[in-house]
Design a protein around this ligand. Structure first.
Ligand SMILES: [Zn+2]
Ligand SMILES: [Zn+2]
Length: 393
């Protein structure tokens, strides 16, 4: 009778408590020599067992089918399978007599109904364990994102807080690096630089290097990375989780840019498609009404003045000047206008002729009205306390 030793450990959370590959190997070799078992080969595999594409595992089973060995030595049952296909296959091979024995320290399985049903139950339990872990992880991340904690890959200038407890890790600025990334955004905001020029400044002049992670990192930034970064809404405090779901969460950490600054950069890059979080609220809309009785609504406008033909055009979701087709990213420091204007919804009177008003004109008018309606100091204190409790400030 000949044996294969099969050691397996994945990097996933379900295998965190499992012995390392070298430790499994030395334990099992010792077990084999203590029990005078003839080992023909040792397999070490770092792979998850809830998928079926394990290269070494499949190769080993193929060799068992060719009768190179009839016994299998493992650290525990979960090393063999955490999916129903591989688990079923192994039991079927016991039925066929191809696998005569499966051993782990302290236990042995052979072709008996009891052993096989016990083994099947072990595979099922380890599948359940890994399924549960997956569900728990997803549930944990969802809650995290709802509390405003960032979920996703690390962003340049930030890293996950190594001191925060597991499950509460959020991104924090990397001292020194954060400032360089912010400088890159500020340079972009001036409109005087193209992305490759900023890349050269960042890497060569300011000495940016990616954060070290073991032997990785410590490298200059790539141009494509910088483009991706300049399109990443995280920098103005929004992240999407799960990715592609359209669920945007407001991040509670140290945000680098205002939303206006982020949008301005998108305008400068000629970003074609700009997904907008739905949470944008405008002041006053619920407080004021048009003279015709209809509600007031607000809109944000972004316009770019073409540097070639001086045409002023709405630049959200537009890559080029509609008149002369000059691409926005090729314009030298174009003027970008951003304003919020309020207008009648014309719900009550569709023929209302009232014009729109810009926020800059509206605000002083509201201030003027509020100046005449004072509030008592007592009420002010109460309101401030209340706002504080609600975290409105
Ligand atoms: Zn009106
Ligand atoms: Zn033009």
């Amino acid at each position: 009778m000949k044996y294969f030793i099969y050691c397996r450990k994945s990097s996933e959370s379900e295998d965190k408590q499992v012995l390392s590959l070298p430790a499994q190997k030395s334990e099992l070799l010792k077990y084999a020599s203590d029990n005078k078992l003839d080992v023909v080969d040792v397999y070490e595999e770092s792979a998850s067992a809830h998928v079926t594409e394990r290269k070494k595992f499949n190769e080993m089973l193929a060799r068992i089918e060719k009768k190179e060995a009839g016994g299998l030595i493992v650290w525990d049952e979960s090393r063999i399978a955490r999916n129903s296909f591989d688990g079923g296959r192994v039991i079927y091979m016991i039925d066929l007599g191809q696998i005569v024995e499966i051993r782990k320290p302290g236990k042995m399985y052979t072709n008996t109904p009891d052993d096989k049903s016990w083994l099947a139950m072990c595979f099922m339990m380890s599948k359940k364990e890994s399924d549960d872990k997956g569900v728990n992880v997803r549930r944990g991340l969802k809650e995290k994102s709802q509390q405003g904690m960032y979920v996703g890959s690390q962003q340049p200038g930030y890293r996950y807080d190594p001191l925060a407890p597991q499950g509460e890790k959020d991104l924090i600025p990397i001292p020194g690096t954060y400032e360089l990334i912010e400088k890159a955004w500020r340079a972009m905001l001036t409109g005087k630089y193209r992305v490759p020029q900023i890349l050269a400044l960042l890497n060569n002049e300011w000495g940016y290097r990616t954060p070290l992670r073991g032997k990785l990192g410590g490298k200059p930034m790539h141009l494509s990375e910088l483009y991706v970064m300049f399109h990443t809404r995280f920098y103005c405090g929004w992240f999407e989780y799960p990715t592609g779901s359209g669920n945007w969460h407001k991040w509670r950490g140290k945000v680098m840019l205002t939303e206006e600054e982020f949008t301005r950069v998108q305008m400068l890059l000629g970003a074609k498609y700009l997904p907008k979080p739905k949470h944008k609220t405008f002041a006053f809309t619920c407080l004021i009404r048009c003279v015709c009785g209809s509600a007031i609504t607000a809109e944000e406008k972004w316009q770019t003045i073409c540097t070639i033909c001086h045409n002023k055009f709405s630049s959200l979701n537009r890559e080029a000047c509609p008149k002369c087709n000059t691409r926005v990213e090729n314009m030298d420091n174009p003027t970008i206008l951003n304003y919020i204007y309020y207008h009648c919804t014309r719900k009550i009177n569709p023929d209302c002729k009232e014009k729109s008003v810009r926020l800059e004109k509206l605000e002083p008018q509201v201030d003027e009205i509020l100046r005449h309606s004072g509030i008592s100091d007592e009420f002010k204190q109460w309101a401030l306390k209340y706002f504080n409790e609600l975290n409105l400030f």
